[in-house]
Each structure stands twice: as C-alpha cells, then as structure tokens.
Design a protein around this ligand. Structure first.
Ligand code: CA
Length: 253
C-alpha cells in the first residue's frame, strides 16, 4: 500500500511521444480494467483515457468476468486478488472458452506463483505493483500490436512460428518441443524482433523474480533453445549482443 502514493506524482506525465494517431490500431481501443483498489483503478483510468483509450472499470471479479465475456474488449487489465472471482480464474475461464482477448495481470510483489500461474493460464503479460501508468500503456500497445500483427495468436519470425494459445512451436513444418520456460523465453524475444533484452530483463520476465545477476540461467536456456529451433543449415534466429543480452533477428521488410 505504501507505494501507491507514487502514482499521482507520475500519472499526469504520461508520455505522448508515441501517442495515438489517426489510423493507429490503438485509436478507440476499449480496455476493461478489473481492479478493486479504487485509487489504482482511478489513476489507471485517467492515464489510459489521456492516451485515447476507452476505459471500463470494474471493482469486482464476478462483474468483471461477465463484462469480459459479454463485450468485445481489445485488452483486459486484471488485478489478481479481487472480491468475487480472482484474476487468474477470469483468464482461465476465458481461455477455456477460447476467448483470445489479450490479458495483462496486475500482481503484487508477493504473488510470484500467481504470476507464473497467470502466464501458464494464458495471460499475455503482467505488471508488478507499483507501476507507472506509462508502462501499462506500453504493455497494452505491445499486446494489442501483437494481436493485430498475428493471425489469431501466432507470432512468426522467418519460418519459425509460435502459437501463443496452444503454446506450440514449429519451424519449417516441423514441430518443436519446448518446455514451458523455453516457450516463454522464445515468446518474449519474438514479440519484439530486433530489440535487445538484457539478461536481467529476461530473468525478471520469464522467471518472474530476481536471481543472482551472475547466474547463467538465461545463457543456458538460450543455448538449449537455439539447438532446438535450429536444424541442419537453418539460420540461427537468436543473436547474442555481446555484453548486453539477446535478441531475435529482425527480418527486412
Ligand atoms: Ca486487489
């Protein structure tokens, strides 16, 4: 709770450098925010509306779930701990009904298991409280872009394709068996081809908590992933950026 006084300090400084433009896929996007802490819900609404989003707020999980089922939202922002149905159960049930709406979970620092569980349940991303509304806007843009850039829920680089709903990977027509962690890692890199992710960012995102920064966990997983996705003389799609981290190759348009 103590952190939330940070929000008002920043919520009037939403970055607009990348603001919506006519024809931007985000123009008029409708977002459902299910968050029972009214102060957070209020600042999120203000920040998102300033960016041109249409925002519905619900303070209750049961009501939020009914809204999510009955209206075509572009993105859902779900708190985990809610009166009524919790955020994880909302994602779970929507995915069971094959509802592909992008979902961003809001999690407390202490909710590590829930974060992992949430991604397993089919959430697209999560944001740890406290957060800046700019970051939420960036995540919303990212998940919305992904949705629009994919046919269904697929991301593709060269001949490598991930299905984010069924969590299947294939390259050149062959199925690649990945562990849950490898899949998350690959999906994370593939969402922004050409962008370099540091080991810390990857650890934080894929493992969800802080390891000793000297751990070689990321490097080991990247090596394993490279072997799995590269057969014969296929191009290596994951690049090492020396001293920084890793990125997926970016295809020339
Ligand atoms: Ca809550």
């Amino acid at each position: 709770m103590a952190f939330f006084h940070l929000f008002p300090l920043r919520n009037c400084h939403v970055k607009t450098a990348d603001a919506t433009r006519p024809g931007d896929i985000l123009t008029g996007m409708r977002i459902l925010v299910v968050e029972d802490e009214k102060q957070i819900a209020g600042f999120v609404r203000k920040g998102l509306e300033e960016q041109g989003f249409k925002v519905d707020i619900s303070h209750n999980g049961d009501e939020g779930y009914e809204l999510a089922k009955s209206r075509p939202y572009d993105v859902l922002v779900l708190d985990i701990m809610l009166p009524g149905r919790d955020g994880l159960s909302i994602v779970n049930n929507l995915r069971k009904q094959r509802n592909p709406v992008p979902v961003i979970l809001l999690t407390a620092r202490s909710e590590l298991d829930e974060r992992v569980e949430g991604l397993d349940a089919g959430a697209d991303d999560y944001l740890t409280k406290p957060f800046f509304v700019e970051e939420l806007v960036a995540r919303i843009r990212a998940v919305a872009r992904r949705r629009d850039g994919e046919s269904g829920n697929k991301v593709q680089i060269a001949d490598l394709q991930l299905d984010l709903l069924s969590r299947e990977a294939e390259r050149g027509g062959r199925t690649i068996k990945l562990t849950a962690r490898e899949f998350d890692l690959l999906a994370y890199l593939m969402r922004s081809p050409g962008r370099v992710y540091t080991r810390t960012q990857i650890l934080e995102h894929v493992w969800g908590f802080n390891f000793d920064p000297n751990t070689n966990l990321v490097d080991v997983h990247i090596q394993r992933l490279r072997k799995k996705i590269t057969a014969g003389d296929e191009a290596s799609l994951i690049e090492t950026v020396r001293g920084v981290g890793y990125r997926m190759v970016k295809e020339e348009a």
